[in-house]
Design a protein around this ligand. Structure first.
Ligand code: SF4
Length: 364
């Protein structure tokens, strides 16, 4: 049962999700122990290298410029600022730094060159480097790979059907195409989603069908619980219960047996006992640091205390895959192509997104 399958159906996944809790926990924990050390957790630090002012309309995101959320925008950080933060993260027990930029897609030019330098700088600190920069072309992914990128994050967010209820400025196929572009390189894929956006369990299962049928499956999958931020279209959504989170983590573990399943946004709403249950159900990664881009996250010391209590240890970098080599900018085989890719803009109307945008105008 712990072999990797790429032909999961929504019905099969729903059957797993809805199993009696004790059976679900037992099955997920059994698979988890076959594939992973249950007492080891991979710790990532998420760094917002360029915050706010984003042109997209993701209904969950306080960084979308069109919503009135009070998030202050910041220009791209400098390479030295990023290296200093990475060093601090390493000292705090993180093996990976994930750099997030509030961009629709990567654009060739000085800012991307600066990000490539950040990747080089962090890889040289012997830490795994991940980026989440929006859509990327194959050439851009190759340049990131050459710089020493370990992972690229691009979440599917939800099922294809529900995605249309949350975002209108890009299509699901753009997400899949970006993942495909990353797959053409040696960079590993990190892709997951968010629960608690008003979707139903069929949508959760649909997202897991999309992730599990990727071949290979993502090396890491973040499972986020929505943090409903005032001013966003999803501000009224109620927090998901710990039981839903445990079910989602356990089901993810069963259909993505080899993947590192990451407890991501929403951990501040969970007790230690709740998080421990998620680890038992197969989560083996967390985001550390007191902020996740713009939303709150538990303090690093709190996490270390929790690990001590549970007898868990942080995973060493490059445990799952060898460290990539960094090619210096002057030796690159891949030139900047100055591409202008035609990522889609469906622009269908999502009432709650329109309402949140209009509300912003009223407050101003
Ligand atoms: S999730 Fe990313 S792409 Fe969407 S609005 Fe936020 S920053 Fe922009």
């Amino acid at each position: 049962m712990s072999e990797v399958r790429h032909n999961w159906t929504k019905e099969e996944i729903l059957e797993i999700y809805n199993r009696p809790m004790m059976d679900l926990l037992y099955d997920a924990a059994t698979i988890h122990r076959k594939q992973h050390d249950p007492n080891v957790v991979q710790v990532s630090t998420l760094l917002s290298i360029k915050t706010g002012g984003c042109s997209e309309d993701c209904g969950y995101c306080p960084q979308a410029a069109r919503y009135h959320t009070g998030v202050e925008g910041n220009d791209l950080m400098t390479v030295n600022q990023v290296k200093a933060q990475a060093l601090r993260a390493k000292e705090g027990g993180s093996s990976r730094v994930c750099m997030g930029a509030a961009w629709r897609n990567v654009k060739d030019g000085p800012e991307f060159d600066q990000v490539l330098e950040m990747v080089r700088g962090i890889n040289k600190l012997d830490m795994e480097v991940c980026c989440t920069l929006g859509m990327v072309t194959e050439n851009q992914a190759q340049r990131l790979a050459e710089a020493g990128l370990y992972a690229y994050n691009h979440n599917l967010d939800s099922s294809e059907e529900y995605y249309k209820e949350v975002i209108s400025t890009r299509g699901y196929q753009d997400r899949l195409d970006t993942i495909d572009n990353v797959r053409k390189t040696k960079v590993t894929v990190c892709s997951g989603g968010i629960i608690g956006m008003g979707e139903n369990v069929e949508d959760r299962a649909g997202m897991l069908v999309a992730l599990s049928t990727l071949n290979p499956q993502p090396e890491s999958t973040p499972i986020n619980a929505l943090v409903a931020v005032e001013g966003t279209p999803l501000e009224e959504e109620k927090p998901v219960s710990i039981w839903e989170m445990v079910r989602m983590v356990a089901t993810t573990r069963i259909v993505l047996p080899e993947t590192q399943v990451r407890l991501s946004a929403g951990r501040t709403q969970m007790s230690r006992e709740g998080q421990a249950m998620c680890f038992f159900a197969g989560a083996n990664s967390i985001f550390a640091g007191d902020k996740l881009l713009t939303t709150p996250n538990p303090d690093v010391n709190e996490d270390m205390k929790m690990f001590e209590l549970l007898g868990m240890n942080p995973q060493k970098p490059f445990t799952k895959k060898v460290q990539p080599q960094t090619v210096e900018a002057g030796d690159s085989k891949f030139e900047s192509l100055g591409e202008k890719p035609k990522w889609t803009r469906p622009e269908h109307k999502i009432d709650r997104n329109e309402a949140a945008k209009a509300k912003g105008k009223l407050v101003k």
